[in-house]
Design a protein around this ligand. Structure first.
Ligand code: BTN
Length: 264
C-alpha cells in the first residue's frame, strides 16, 4: 500500500455510532479492494479508505469507475445490522446519506434504485456495497462511494457508461473533497442511529421512497439472465424493488434499472 497522508481537518466528524479512522492514499487500485483486505485483517466499522485517484475503480457488475483527480473516492467498513447481512439496505442507507450531503451543497439530486445518485437522468455518484464473508459469516460490509465532484464531465476520460454530471458542473464552483467526505460519513452515522433506535430500517426505506426518481416510472430491469418490464411501484422492507408487470408484482433484489421514456 502507498504512502498515507492526513486529512487537513479530521475534527469534522461528529459521529456517535462509530469513530471514523481515515486512511488517505494518493493513488490506489480500488479503495473498496483495499478496504476489503483491511476488513479481513481485522479492521472494524468506521475504517475509511480515501484516495485522490484510483487506477482500477470498480462499479457494480464489474464495470469500471473512472476516477480522475478531483472526484471523491472512498470506501467505508460497516458492520451488518439487526442480525442480518443487510447489504442492500445499507446500500440504500448510504444513498440517502449521499443525497443529503449533495442536497446541502445545493445540488438537486434524487436516488435511483438500487443506489445511484442522479441529477435529472444524469449520474453524479455511485455506490458499490459488498459483503465480506469469512467461514460463512458476514464479517462486514464495504460501501464504496464515488462522487463526480470537481471533475467537469467535459474533461472526463472517454468511457463513461451513462449520461453523467458532476458537482462542479451543477453549481459552477469547486467544493472540498474532505468536507463532502465528512458530511456523507456524518449522515451515514445519523441514519444508522435511527436504525438502531428503531431496530428497523423502515425510516431509511421511507426516506428513500420520498427522494426516489424510480418509483412510478416505467422500467426495464436487467438481471443476470432475466429482463423485467413494468412499472416500479415500491421498495420492500428488504430493499428490493417491487415492479408491477403483466404477470403481477415481481420483487427484484439485484439488477440494473433503465427508466423507459415514452416512445422508447
Ligand atoms: C456504480 O455506480 O456502479 C458504483 C460505483 C462505485 C465507485 C466507488 S469509487 C470508491 C469505491 N472504490 C471502487 O473501486 N468503487 C467504489
Amino acid at each position: 500500500m502507498c504512502v498515507c497522508f492526513k486529512l487537513t481537518n479530521d475534527d469534522c466528524f461528529t459521529t456517535d455510532i462509530f469513530k471514523p479512522r481515515v486512511l488517505l492514499l494518493e493513488n490506489v487500485g480500488s479503495t473498496s479492494t483495499e478496504a476489503k483486505t483491511l476488513l479481513t485483517q481485522g479492521e472494524t466499522e468506521g475504517t475509511i479508505v480515501l484516495a485522490r485517484t484510483q487506477t482500477a475503480g470498480r462499479g457494480r457488475k464489474g464495470r469500471p469507475w473512472l476516477s480522475p483527480v478531483g472526484g471523491l473516492y472512498f470506501s467505508i467498513i460497516l458492520k451488518p445490522r439487526l442480525g442480518n447481512e443487510n447489504t442492500p439496505l445499507l446500500g440504500l442507507l448510504c444513498a440517502c446519506a449521499v443525497r443529503r450531503a449533495l442536497h446541502a451543497l445545493d445540488v438537486n439530486v434524487q436516488v435511483k434504485w438500487p443506489n445511484d445518485i442522479l441529477v435529472d437522468d444524469r449520474k453524479i455518484a455511485g455506490i458499490l456495497s459488498e459483503a465480506v464473508t469469512i467461514d460463512n459469516e458476514t464479517t462486514g460490509i464495504v460501501i464504496g462511494i464515488g462522487v463526480n465532484q470537481n471533475c467537469p464531465i467535459s474533461e472526463m476520460p472517454v468511457g463513461l457508461q451513462w449520461p453523467a454530471t458532476s458537482v462542479i458542473d451543477e453549481i459552477g464552483k469547486e467544493t472540498s473533497n474532505e468536507s463532502l467526505l465528512c458530511d456523507i460519513v456524518n449522515e451515514i452515522d445519523s441514519l444508522l442511529k435511527v436504525v438502531e433506535i428503531n431496530s428497523s430500517f423502515s425510516a431509511v426505506v421511507e426516506e428513500w421512497r420520498k427522494t426516489s426518481s424510480t418509483l412510478g416510472k416505467t422500467v426495464r430491469i436487467h438481471e443476470d439472465d432475466r429482463i423485467t418490464d413494468g412499472v416500479a411501484r415500491d421498495i420492500g422492507e428488504d430493499g428490493s424493488l417491487l415492479v408491477e408487470t403483466e404477470d403481477g408484482l415481481v420483487s427484484v433484489l439485484l439488477g440494473d434499472v433503465h427508466h423507459v421514456r415514452s416512445g422508447e
